[in-house]
Design a protein around this ligand. Structure first.
Ligand SMILES: C[S@@+](CC[C@H](N)C(=O)[O-])C[C@H]1O[C@@H](n2cnc3c(N)ncnc32)[C@H](O)[C@@H]1O
Length: 267
């Protein structure tokens, strides 16, 4: 019979080795982070590349073909000064969401009608088209949409270009209709310092189809002294009958301590 309880020294070793492996994971994530984070944040063009041969293997389930995705979007560094807004550059949360869609998240976008909220440069929506979304509606407000259109046209031609449209859409305004999308993408749009969160959750609720719809929300944490944006987001989802489940770290390609991806579905 094995002993019922482990010896305290064995337990201490177990704890120590778990702590050591956690810290070595943290260090290796930090090193990897240096390779992608902020690398192109100041550049005119932001190249996003997902190569399944050098990452975890993603296969196209229909034909077992590996999917490699390469997209380059133009940025405008002066967006926040010239009225183009915050969406004129690619944010870290958009990069993380794009890689997640290329790996474990591929089935959430493939074959679905997708809407990209606050798309900015359009990176996340463009990646969704490349991964086989049925169609993608790129949405944002104001002048940034000129940049979105330029990037969509520059990256998607022929058949891919036929699966897209770009629309001005204010979150929760009802102008896109109700329950039309099987997948809603949200990257770095939870910023209570700049934008109220209620309309964003209203938009998710408004646009996501009732059955089997999913919303992928990529969030970068920035301290906000009035409340914790993560908790408020979860509370607002709860009120709408939505549940947000955090994607485990091991399922994310790019991991950073301050970036979370949630999969939001109806309860
Ligand atoms: C920080 S940017 C994120 C851009 C892009 N998703 C990314 O992560 O690279 C936030 C975006 O949300 C858009 N936005 C803010 N409030 C909005 C609202 N009420 N309705 C629609 N879009 C909004 C902004 O115009 C901006 O493009």
């Amino acid at each position: 019979m094995p002993p019922k309880h482990k010896h305290p020294i064995a337990l201490a070793f177990q704890d120590a080795s778990a702590t050591a492996s956690k810290s070595s994971n943290k260090i290796s994530n930090k090193i990897k982070e240096l390779n992608w984070r902020q690398q192109y944040s100041q550049a005119e063009y932001y190249p996003f590349k997902y190569d399944p041969d050098t990452r975890d293997v993603t296969k196209d389930s229909a034909n077992e073909k590996k999917l490699a995705v390469e997209v380059t979007v133009k940025q405008r560094q002066c967006g926040e000064q010239d009225g183009t807004g915050t969406g004129a550059v690619v944010w870290n949360a958009a990069h993380c969401l794009s890689s997640y869609m290329c790996s474990k998240g591929v089935e959430k976008v493939k074959g679905r009608r997708v809407v990209d909220l606050g798309t900015g440069t359009g990176l996340t929506g463009i990646v969704a088209v490349k991964l086989g979304a049925e169609d993608v509606c790129f949405t944002d407000v104001g002048r940034v949409l000129e940049l979105t259109r330029e990037n969509v046209e520059g990256n998607l031609e022929g058949e891919e270009g036929g699966r897209v449209r770009t629309e001005e859409y204010w979150w929760g305004s009802g102008t896109l209709g109700r329950g039309r999308f099987g997948c809603v993408l949200v990257a770095d749009c939870i910023l209570p310092k700049l934008y109220p969160m209620e309309p964003l959750v209203e938009a998710i609720d408004e646009l996501m189809v009732e059955e089997g719809g999913v919303c992928l929300v990529s969030y970068e944490h920035r301290t906000w002294f009035e409340f914790d944006p993560r908790e408020r987001f979860l509370e607002l989802c709860e009120v709408k009958g939505l549940q947000a489940v955090r994607v485990p770290e091991q399922d994310m390609v790019e991991v950073a301590e301050d970036i979370i991806i949630w999969e939001v579905t109806r309860k």
